[in-house]
Design a protein around this ligand. Structure first.
Ligand code: TRH
Length: 381
């Protein structure tokens, strides 16, 4: 634990936190809720309960996570609106701080009790590098019933809530990066032999992605590439010779999986942030929204990353082109074929790796999102 005077103050005055997490789809909602709750407990000494409507999704990421038990200081509970603890709670059982994750909202019965107990209520929002984020971060949203919700926006720039990053993450990554034996042992533990002169790419993407075409592009390289795919994706890649199926590892091992790779493909939000911290060249498949609403979000991130990481111009152009080809966000006339785009990135891999390291060093100077959230609460107690 890294106690600070701010976390001491919050622990004394507002130790009980309820986090409400609805799983929209895939893994990201549970992944973010868990990561945040765990950090609040382990690094700030708080007592979070994570209410999640589909705890089985959390169980995929955190072995043994089931409702009614506590792991790493986080009490895991099934979010069921009919549970009397949520439907008709006594006001004193409402937490000191209520966090509605990712556009969620606390259940109605619980909210009625909030009107009496008046906890600090925070909406922890999706991550975006768009410029409006800093101006919305921290804004209050007064409700007709007298409650006030406060917006907390994680983000990349000063003035936002920052990125989730455990306090020991930089040291853990550094130790793994400088320990080839640990990397070989980890790869062996997931059934991968680390042959000399083989490069690895980790692949996590949405199921309808052109996985086989990407694998063909790797196969056409002069270097020997192996792509590490979780089981479901391995099937969509049609068991391609470049692909190696690896087990879906627990979330706390995912950083090590990324740390064994030379290039990482990630998606959504949590794996995207972990890939950034890994310091590896990264290709992000953004979560798709209607009417290409995700396009400005992707563009804002790439602009931010290129500004901070400062790769050479050709490497930056290659990275942008591969993001366009992989996400399909730009008109076809402006988008190179996937294989051409991948080859350009692989030709710039060294420069992109240096840039990714630079980005990680500079970004780690900003407060992490959990610490920012605790400080944010302290100012509102
Ligand atoms: O699963 P995602 O696409 O998540 C989402 C959701 O769709 C959500 O609705 C949306 O709001 C959000 O994106 C933006 O991607 P994400 O966030 O990267 O979550 C994947 C998690 O899976 C991440 O914590 C890493 C983890 N993981 C493992 O723990 N082990 C593994 O082997 C792999 C491949 C991933």
């Amino acid at each position: 634990m890294h106690p600070t005077s701010v976390s001491d103050a919050v622990r004394l005055r507002a130790p009980r936190w309820d986090l409400f997490c609805r799983v929209v789809d895939h893994l990201g909602d549970a992944a973010i809720g868990w990561r945040l709750a765990r950090q609040l407990a382990r690094e700030h000494g708080l007592r979070p309960r994570l209410w999640i409507d589909r705890p089985e999704v959390l169980g995929e990421l955190v072995p043994g996570a089931v409702p009614g038990i506590e792991i790493d200081g986080v009490a895991i509970e099934r979010w069921d609106d009919d549970d009397p603890r949520l439907a008709t709670p006594a006001p004193e059982s409402v937490a000191d701080v209520v966090v509605a994750l990712l556009a969620g909202t606390p259940p109605d019965g619980y909210r009625a009790a909030m009107r009496v107990r008046r906890p600090v209520w925070v909406a922890y929002e999706y991550l975006s590098a768009e410029p409006w984020v800093a101006s919305c971060h921290g804004l209050p949203s007064p409700k007709a019933d007298g409650l006030v919700e406060h917006f907390f926006f994680p983000g990349f720039e000063p003035g936002t809530g920052g990125l989730l990053r455990e306090c020991d993450l930089p040291d853990r990554i550094e130790a793994f990066d400088t320990d080839p034996a640990a990397r070989h042992a980890f790869l062996a533990s997931i059934g991968v032999a680390s042959e000399p002169h083989t490069r690895f790419a980790a692949l996590l993407c949405y199921p309808d992605s052109p996985v086989a075409a990407l694998l063909d592009a790797f196969a056409a390289r002069p270097e020997r590439w192996r792509a590490l795919l979780p089981p479901a994706l391995h099937r969509t890649g049609r068991y391609h010779p470049v692909a190696l199926e690896v087990p879906f590892v627990p979330q706390h091992d995912y950083d090590r999986l990324l740390g064994c790779c030379d290039l990482v493909f990630v998606r959504g939000e949590d794996s995207f942030v972990r890939a950034l911290w890994s310091g590896r060249p990264m290709v992000w498949q953004i979560y798709r929204q209607a009417e290409l609403a995700h396009r400005p979000k992707l563009q804002a991130f790439l602009a931010h990353w290129i500004r901070v990481a400062a790769p050479p111009e050709a490497a930056a152009a290659a990275l942008k082109a591969l993001h366009a080809a992989w996400n399909g966000t730009e008109p076809a006339s402006d988008t190179p074929p996937l294989d051409t785009a991948l080859h350009a990135v692989l030709d710039s891999l060294g420069a992109l790796r240096d840039a990714a390291g630079r980005w990680r060093r500079l970004q780690a100077e900003h407060p992490d999102a959990a610490s920012s959230l605790v400080a944010f609460i302290e100012r509102r107690l």
